[in-house]
Ligand binder design. Structure first.
Ligand SMILES: Nc1ncnc2c1ncn2[C@@H]1O[C@H](COP(=O)(O)OP(=O)(O)OP(=O)(O)O)[C@@H](O)[C@H]1O
Length: 711
């Protein structure tokens, strides 16, 4: 709320010189001016699982003069040299400025020179939205339909065909393909893009492709070329890891980006962002769209609300605000690529999902707050901590690189030059700060040894051990040393979801509740279904009451999903009930896919009807490590750490989240099952249900014994 008031105060200031004096000062000047030209557009044909939304954005992704623009890209200037290098080397690192054409052009260059031979080209991306938009762009550039020669594959959506030669896919999807075929035989070229991001999946893929290359030589199979790409990566580390492979530096970028730095430290980055937006808004033409980097959904919604309020009074053209964050339904994410009506400025408020790879045409100004919300995991307590932290230098350069892609641009950094210099150049790899059980299961399923697997940066042995213990207790592996998949582990790895969730599905027939378990796991694997707009918060919470179950959040979610499935006019129904229509639709698509895997595995699909405690018992089979007990004394006791009314099995203190169904329950249940333990300002248990403590013994006897012994 504070930010709202300070922002509105900012508007009042904006009408006085006070505002200008205050915020013009934050910028250091260094301007270049270049003329812009406006492209005209045509609509291309696309197909996919959701035709409509892709058609609405494709015209912005594929302007008619695209081929002209392509020719000017720096990567095409060195086309023949690049072809030669790729021919001569099995592995290479390609470094080129943001926007130089690596992601969209290198696969095309390879394909045009037929370097892939009979195989195909895989290009990985860390993020879904980038994967889809880039594939659409490349299909248009190659004048072919998406899903034909060019396709993409993201979780729960595969738009490829046997014809596909250039396939964009998320790193997670390529990892899943590696389980089925660790030698990745259908590919002759694999491009691992945005290597600097160091997601767990990409880090594992580095090892997988390295091993596959060697193995294919030993087995006298066709060779596998590997290209590692980024604009901002730690070259020495990668080069060493890839046996001193050659590094190709690509000079030049599409258009210049002028960088402005704040002259002084900004105490409130949201306020500084708002002021910068309106300062630029008052002076720049409406075709200059803005991209503002913020840290998360709540912050984006709050800034969005403030912009809309301020815009009513501020000088300048009309404003269209577009949010862009991971939890937003895919179709809404893609709306960001749509041009606003003429005379209107688009202001995109994004998290770091828009930081790398993407090109949003018309973005001429990037406003970078310099912060990111980072998730870390504590091996000992199993708690995930979400905290806002300064992003690494590489991320700052990536963000600036989102401007200057279709015309010259500018990046306004709300932090000082000294601050930038003090930042670590690269972020800590995800693999050393995340739970590893899902990844280790995939590695074992692909026949690899998780302990000796070659990694650039190895996670701590504690972290690997904790994950192996969890997999053993889930029944996925036979032992922690020299682990092999059990029959149930093999089935678990068939599902593209966390092993805790696949264990729930595999246990459900025993509890007669697979119908309900499928719905719930689908909803939990989708994004947040509740829509709580800031300005209608009270009303949204009131409407939510009708779904709330005294048993807790899981059954509440199930109630929502069941009613959604029954509603004849789903969109309208969601609107009236403050629910995200797209996220629920996505959940039903996920359910559909999970159901077909269950049917393939011959699982009995039946319903537990009103005996919903069966479902909760079944949930415990996968989420048994996520139990918490009510503290006996007000201040807590024993070995618990931190604050909160509950203590988890690992001794972490936490409170029920205020948005949860059990928050106001009295008396509070003595034991609960939670889906997530999240540490934001304080530790919270998220998506919580009441359970009976003795259920744990049947659901996970081995764990219950260990847990009992240590309590
Ligand atoms: N959707 C799009 N709309 C308009 N232009 C686009 C689009 N996608 C790509 N381009 C153009 O192609 C250029 C090259 O994009 P590409 O993603 O290949 O660059 P890159 O070198 O991989 O950049 P990064 O390192 O930031 O990922 C962009 O700068 C832009 O001019």
């Amino acid at each position: 709320m504070d930010s709202k008031y300070s922002a509105v105060a900012g508007v009042k200031d904006a009408k006085t010189n006070n505002f200008k004096r205050k915020f013009v000062n934050i910028i250091e000047n260094n301007v270049k001016k270049v003329k812009l030209s406006q492209p005209d557009y045509k609509l291309n044909n696309v197909h996919g699982t959701n035709k409509n939304y892709k058609q609405t954005i494709v015209k912005e992704i594929c302007p008619v003069n695209m081929q002209e623009a392509r020719k000017r890209l720096p990567v095409l200037m060195v086309r023949s040299r690049l072809i030669q290098e790729i021919r001569n080397n099995l592995t290479m690192i390609l470094i080129g400025e943001t926007g130089s054409g690596k992601t969209t052009q290198v696969p095309q260059i390879i394909h045009e020179a037929r370097l892939e031979g009979l195989g195909s080209i895989a290009v990985t991306q860390p993020r879904r939205v980038a994967t889809i938009t880039i594939a659409l762009r490349v299909a248009a550039e190659m004048n072919t339909e998406i899903g034909g020669y060019v396709g993409y594959s993201v979780r729960f959506e595969d738009v490829t065909s046997p014809k596909t030669k250039v396939k964009y896919l998320t790193d997670g999807m390529l990892l899943r393909e590696a389980i089925m075929d660790p030698l990745l035989k259908k590919y002759s070229v694999i491009i691992l893009d945005e290597a600097h991001e160091r997601t767990v999946n990409t880090d594992i893929l580095f090892g997988i492709v390295k091993l596959a290359q060697k193995e294919r030589i030993v087995k006298k199979l066709s060779e596998l070329k590997v290209i590692i790409m980024s604009a901002t990566m730690d070259v020495d580390t990668f080069r060493k890891y890839f046996d001193n492979c050659p590094v190709i530096y690509l000079e030049g970028r599409s258009y210049p980006v002028t960088i402005y730095h704040s002259k002084m430290k900004q105490e409130d980055y949201q306020y500084a962002a708002l002021c910068t937006i309106f300062q630029l808004h008052a002076t720049l033409p409406s075709e200059h769209d803005f991209l503002v980097f913020l840290t998360g959904q709540e912050e984006i919604e709050s800034v969005m609300y403030n912009i809309k309020q301020i815009a009513k009074e501020a000088p300048g053209p009309l404003i269209k605000v577009c949010p862009l964050y991971a939890g937003l339904p895919a179709a809404k994410q893609l709306q960001v690529w749509k041009d606003p009506p003429q005379g209107t400025r688009k202001v995109v408020l994004a998290t770091n999902i828009a930081e790398a790879s993407v090109t949003i045409p018309r973005i001429k100004c990037v406003i970078d707050t310099g912060v990111v919300k980072e998730r870390t995991w504590c091996t000992r307590t199993g708690a995930e901590r979400l905290r806002v932290t300064r992003c690494a230098g590489a991320a700052c350069w990536q963000r600036a690189g989102r401007a200057g892609r279709t015309a010259p641009g500018a990046a306004y950094r709300l932090y000082t030059v000294a601050d930038l210099k003090a930042r670590p150049p690269h972020s800590t790899p995800e693999i050393v700060r995340c739970p590893l059980a899902p990844t280790i299961l995939l590695l074992i399923a692909a026949g690899m040894d998780p302990v000796t697997f070659p990694l650039i940066d190895a996670p701590s042995s504690d972290s690997i051990e904790a994950s192996l213990v969890l997999l053993k207790e889930l029944g996925a592996i036979d032992s922690e040393s020299n682990p092999k998949l059990t029959p149930i582990g093999k089935k678990m790895s068939a599902f593209p979801i966390d092993p805790k969730y696949s264990k729930i599905l595999l246990s459900a027939p025993e509890y007669g509740c697979l119908e309900e378990a499928l719905s719930l796991v689908a909803v939990l694997s989708s994004e947040n279904v509740f829509h709580t707009p800031m300005h209608k918060r009270e009303e949204a919470l009131k409407v939510k009451q009708k779904f709330i179950s005294p048993l807790g959040d899981h059954i509440t979610l199930l109630n929502v999903f069941k009613d959604f499935c029954k509603a004849p006019l789903k969109k309208q129904w969601c609107k009236e009930n403050y629910l995200h229509h797209k996220n629920l639709t996505y959940a039903s698509e996920i359910r559909h896919q999970l159901l077909s895997i269950c049917q393939r595995l011959n699982l009995t699909v039946s319903s537990c009807g009103n005996a919903l405690d069966q479902l909760l018992k079944c949930l415990l089979c996968g989420l048994f490590t996520n139990c918490a007990w009510l503290r006996s004394g007000a201040g807590g006791e024993g070995k618990s750490i931190g604050v909160g009314r509950y203590v988890t099995a690992s001794g972490a203190g936490a409170s029920l989240h205020p948005a949860g169904a059990l928050h106001t329950a009295r008396p509070l249940p003595p034991a609960v099952l939670y889906t997530e333990l999240l540490h934001t300002r304080r530790p919270y248990l998220l998506t919580v249900s009441a359970i009976q403590p003795h259920w744990l013994h049947r659901a996970a006897p081995e764990y219950a014994r260990r847990c009992h012994a240590s309590r």
